[in-house]
Unconditional design. Structure first.
Length: 239
């Protein structure tokens, strides 16, 4: 197996209905490929655009750490634990489904779409109480640097997930600027905006991903338009 496996945006599973345009990096819902169910501990990475005033109604989850990162627009969260949140660009959200929770995620605007990434990893301990956290990290994000957005292992992470073997990093890079990726058994790089380049690999455009297997601490370099990248570092894998 090669150390770097590039997954072009167009090869993702795709759901398109009247209110939702969703691209799935891994098997999800009706889309199932036994060769594409996860990378390390990352089970879901959905790239969603939700129409104005629409969204996901109340539905259940359990034993999953769910992180949402809005790229553009505003998303309203409600759940059966009484949590209500407005998630916009630069606000990190984590919901721990634990023993069971129902929640809704809807576009808070009646005129503009909302574009978001929703990502799932399992907890390291099943059966925990449900929980919720959100943090505005706009004043903590530095240009051209990886920032630990959500983690169970990094003390300075903005939000905590109940998974000691996973960290979600984000970075916004200017044209030609580089960051060094974490050296971990499994690293998943997703280009949310712009383009980027890894050594000895095809260029990555918006929506493309690279799955790294014990690739070491290699550099990721932004393209001519810069890059907004979302990087999962995991030190274990799903069975």
């Amino acid at each position: 197996m090669s150390a770097i496996e590039v997954r072009p945006a167009a090869e993702r599973f795709h759901t398109e209905i009247d209110w939702l345009d969703s691209w799935h990096s891994f098997s999800f819902g009706e889309f199932y490929d036994p060769r594409n169910t996860h990378h390390g501990l990352l089970r879901v990475l959905n790239d969603d655009v939700v129409a104005p005033g629409r969204g996901f109604g109340m539905h259940p989850h359990r034993d999953m750490e769910i992180v949402t990162w809005v790229l553009d627009g505003a998303l309203e969260h409600r759940d059966t634990e009484g949590n209500v949140g407005l998630i916009t660009r630069n606000v990190a959200q984590r919901m721990s489904a634990g023993t069971g929770i129902r929640h809704s995620e809807t576009n808070a605007s009646t005129t503009e779409p909302v574009h978001l990434l929703q990502m799932w990893v399992p907890p390291d301990t099943p059966g925990i109480p449900p929980g919720y956290e959100q943090q505005d990290v706009g004043d903590r994000l530095e240009p051209d640097a990886l920032f630990p957005l959500a983690s169970g292992r990094e003390d300075r992470a903005a939000i905590r997930i109940h998974q000691r073997d996973a960290t979600l990093w984000v970075a916004r890079l200017g044209p030609g600027r580089s960051v060094t990726l974490p050296a971990a058994p499994f690293v998943h790089v997703f280009v949310a905006e712009g383009g980027a380049q890894l050594p000895d690999a095809p260029p990555l455009a918006t929506g493309d991903a690279a799955r790294l297997f014990d690739a070491g601490a290699i550099d990721l370099t932004a393209g001519d338009d810069g890059a907004h990248v979302v990087v999962w570092e995991t030190h274990a894998t799903l069975a």
